[in-house]
Structure formats: structure tokens, C-alpha cells
Design a binder for this molecule. Structure first.
Ligand SMILES: Nc1ncnc2c1ncn2[C@@H]1O[C@H](COP(=O)(O)OP(=O)(O)O)[C@@H](O)[C@H]1O
Ligand SMILES: [Mg+2]
Length: 420
């Protein structure tokens, strides 16, 4: 069962909303329908499911319907048509009282302009969502304090919002949502008013909180870099419709149309793409017990001057370089133990490509992508540069660049593990 399930949702503002939905369903254009019925079709036929623990980002230009869509999820805007279910319960079928409870316990909203009360302390502000639910004061303060600690505001409980920076105020807004312990957080441009440094700090904090708390988050933004940093999946809206839903990777590699492509063009690929998304199967690797002679043979076969050394569980042990291997053979050694160097440049699958450049430049071997000690893959320098060089996955340029790269390296398999 999905945490949030949206099926065929329309939200049309205006008196003739139902007639407008009917026309839209018949395939009439949005502008035409708007004019004929004197309505604003803000959300048109939206369908998607969000899994528990997912960060689902909705992005699009101003006026594309993002805020309206997210307000449909807690029925702040009741949809004109379609269904919205939270934890499998159709919200429209709930009584007014059940809906109030669902909103109070399951869904919390964080706004762009914090919505803090200036004459209440930080603690009181953080506990506000609980106050609305009539949670008693002691419990309220306990949970508010806990939430403030989570967002790094321990010690500020008795301050007033005016004494806090914008970033800190936004944290109070976030703490307020977290204090309610709602499973689903709706965040509408929550970080858009913050200056860039604080904004990226907040993004990192949200991702890290999400790791621990496993909330389901619907995050609205008009900023693609933010969308790609935060989103497990991204829905892109245009003129009320969702034109594409996918992972960052999906969208970068295959933008659905020119509108999406125009967003993607501005993306800093080096910040968005991660080591895990471009790594390749390590070919130049050897089991530690295979020994120097086997190492030499592997290197000859793969025309490479070094190998990554792994154990039977594919844990990275180190690297063996050609000079050392030859020296070990001359000394009559049968094991790689004496020559395995441990200074292999490693990155994690989540490392942005921007942070791979220096280690890659300084390393003789392809970068090793390692998680929990295990070798997941490698990034040869040529792969790194190719990934960064393509401005745009599916555009003409991109296609040309990638096929050119493929032609330059006809024996892709052999070169993959080679020092570059
Ligand atoms: N309460 C409302 N009444 C009438 N039109 C509205 C209302 N709220 C939003 N709209 C219109 O719906 C469209 C989508 O708005 P909105 O959801 O706020 O977009 P976004 O959040 O992507 O900027 C816009 O044309 C906007 O003017
Ligand atoms: Mg909006």
C-alpha cells in the first residue's frame, strides 16, 4: 500500500468546474476550456503513488499548479474530480471529524513563509501543531523540544522568532511539522526564501533527517538543482499537467519534452550525478589469493598497469601496481600481501561527480566506488569526463557526444579498467 495515492485528480477553480473537467476529459485544450467555462484548470488529471519513506518532488514554473496539487493532498483544496488516498484511505470518503484527525495525525504542512507567531517562543511555535490537537502542555513541550533538537535548535527554545535568522526560522517551521509526528510532510517551497548557502544546508539536513525518520515527503520547488538533490523521484508540472515523473537519472537521460529539456539544460551535472550513477563494472580486479603471477597475466590481458585487489566477499583490499608485481615475482613471492598498497582512491556511490574530479586526477587507477567496504564499481577518468561533458542526456549534442566517445574507444571493455 502506498503512503500517498493520487488517481485522476483535477482541481478547477470557478463555478463551472465540473463542466470544465468534462471538457478536459474529452481532450479539449486547457486554454479553450478555461475560456469557455470561465474557470482556472489548475491541476489536470494527476496520477501518482508515493511510497513510504520517499521524497517526492513536484517542480515546474510558477503557475504550473504545484501548490494547488499539494493542497489537494490534504484536501485544503478538495479535488474537483479524482481520488486522494493516504495509507489506503480515500480522503473524500472520510467524515469531517475523521478528516480532521487524519490531517492532525498523518499530514503536516511546512510553508515557505514559516508561519511562525512572533510573540510566542521558539518552543511554543514548535509545539503549535500539537496545541491544535489539544496535546497537554508537558507532552507538547517535550515533543517540541525533541523536534527542535532534531533540527539543530537545542538551546533556542525560549528565544523569539525575531531573534532567529531566516534559516533558523525555517528550522522552527520544520520542527513544528516533525513534532506532530505526522507520517506525511507536505513542503511547499519550504526553502525558497532562504539564501543559497543556508538553503543547501537545509537540504542536507532534510535528507539526513529523512534517513533517520523515514517520513514520506512531498516537496515542492521551482529549482531543479534542489529537486534533484532532494527527490527520490520528481514530477514535472506544466500548465496543470504532470508531464514527466522519474528519477533524476531518468529525467536527465530522457527528458519527456522540450519543456523538461529546458529545465535540464541549466543543471550542474557535476552536482547532480553521483558516482553510483556512472560507475562501471570493475574489469581490472583480482582476488587477493590469486598471487603475483596471476596479477601479471590479468594486467597483460587487460592492458592495464594496475589492478584493484579484492577478497572473496568483494571487499576492497587495495591495489597492485605493475612494478611491484614484477618485483614480487622476481623475489619469488607467491602472495600479493607484501605489495598490496592501500592508498586506493575511493568514493561512495552517493559522492557527487564534482567531488570525484580531484581524487580521480590524483589516482593512477580508476576511482573505486565502495560501500561498506565492498567494491561496487569503478569510474575510469574517461567515464567521469564523458559524464560531465554531456550537457544534456537526450539532446542532439548529447547523443553526438556519447556516440563520439564510444567511437573513440572501440574496445570499451579493455579500456574500462585501464589507467587513463
Ligand atoms: N484559489 C484560487 N482561485 C483561483 N485560481 C487559483 C487559485 N489558486 C491558484 N489559482 C490559479 O491556479 C494556477 C496554478 O497555481 P498554483 O497552484 O499556485 O501554481 P504554482 O504553485 O505552481 O505556482 C494559477 O493559474 C493560479 O493563478
Ligand atoms: Mg506555489
Amino acid at each position: 500500500m502506498s503512503a500517498v495515492d493520487v488517481q485522476g485528480v483535477y482541481k478547477v477553480f470557478g463555478h463551472k468546474a465540473d463542466a470544465a473537467v468534462e471538457m478536459l476529459r474529452q481532450g479539449r485544450a486547457r486554454d479553450e476550456v478555461a475560456e469557455a467555462t470561465n474557470t482556472v484548470p489548475a491541476v489536470i488529471d494527476a496520477s501518482f503513488s508515493i511510497e513510504r519513506g520517499e521524497i517526492f518532488v513536484v517542480m515546474g514554473l510558477s503557475g504550473s499548479g504545484k501548490s494547488t496539487l499539494v493542497r489537494c493532498l490534504n484536501l485544503m483544496h478538495p479535488p474537483t474530480a479524482g481520488t486522494v488516498s493516504i495509507d489506503g484511505r480515500d480522503l473524500m470518503s472520510l467524515s469531517a471529524q475523521e478528516l480532521r484527525r487524519m490531517r492532525a495525525e498523518k499530514i503536516s504542512m511546512v510553508f515557505q513563509h514559516f508561519g511562525l507567531f512572533p510573540h510566542r517562543t521558539v518552543l511554543e511555535n514548535a509545539g503549535w501543531g500539537l496545541e491544535v490537537r489539544k496535546v497537554d502542555l508537558v507532552e507538547r513541550n517535550r515533543r517540541a523540544a525533541e523536534a527542535l533538537e532534531l533540527v539543530g535548535l537545542k538551546g533556542w527554545e525560549s528565544s523569539y522568532p525575531g531573534e532567529l535568522s531566516g534559516g533558523m526560522q525555517q528550522r522552527v517551521g520544520l520542527a513544528r511539522a516533525l513534532a506532530t509526528d505526522a507520517d506525511v510532510l507536505l513542503m511547499d517551497e519550504a526553502f525558497s526564501a532562504l539564501d543559497p548557502l543556508i538553503r543547501s544546508e537545509m537540504q542536507e539536513q532534510l535528507v539526513s533527517l529523512q534517513q533517520d525518520l523515514q517520513k514520506t515527503i512531498v516537496f515542492i520547488t521551482h529549482d531543479l538543482n534542489e529537486a534533484m538533490f532532494l527527490g527520490d523521484r520528481i514530477a514535472i508540472m506544466k500548465d496543470g499537467r504532470i508531464v514527466q515523473i522519474g528519477t533524476t537519472e531518468d529525467i536527465l537521460q530522457a527528458p519527456a519534452d522540450d519543456y523538461v529539456r529546458s529545465f535540464v539544460q541549466d543543471v550542474d551535472r557535476s552536482r547532480v550525478l553521483t558516482a553510483g550513477s556512472v560507475m562501471e563494472e570493475p574489469l581490472a580486479k583480482i582476488l587477493v589469493r590469486e598471487g603475483p603471477k596471476a596479477a601479471l597475466r590479468h594486467m597483460r590481458e587487460r592492458q592495464t598497469s594496475g589492478l584493484l585487489v579484492v577478497d572473496k566477499k568483494r571487499r576492497l583490499v587495495g591495489a597492485a601496481l605493475d612494478d611491484d608485481v614484477i618485483a614480487a615475482i622476481q623475489r619469488g613471492e607467491h602472495s600479493l600481501d607484501s605489495i598490496v598498497s592501500t592508498g586506493v582512491a575511493t568514493v561512495s556511490p552517493e559522492t557527487p561527480l564534482a567531488d570525484c574530479l580531484i581524487p580521480s586526477a590524483e589516482s593512477r587507477l580508476p576511482l573505486a566506488v565502495v560501500e561498506d567496504g565492498k567494491l561496487l564499481g569503478v569510474i575510469p577518468r574517461v567515464t567521469l569526463l564523458t559524464a560531465l561533458g554531456r550537457p544534456n542526456g537526450n539532446s542532439e549534442d548529447g547523443a553526438a557526444a556519447s556516440s563520439a566517445a564510444a567511437e573513440d574507444t572501440p574496445a570499451t571493455d579493455d579500456t574500462t579498467g585501464t589507467e587513463v
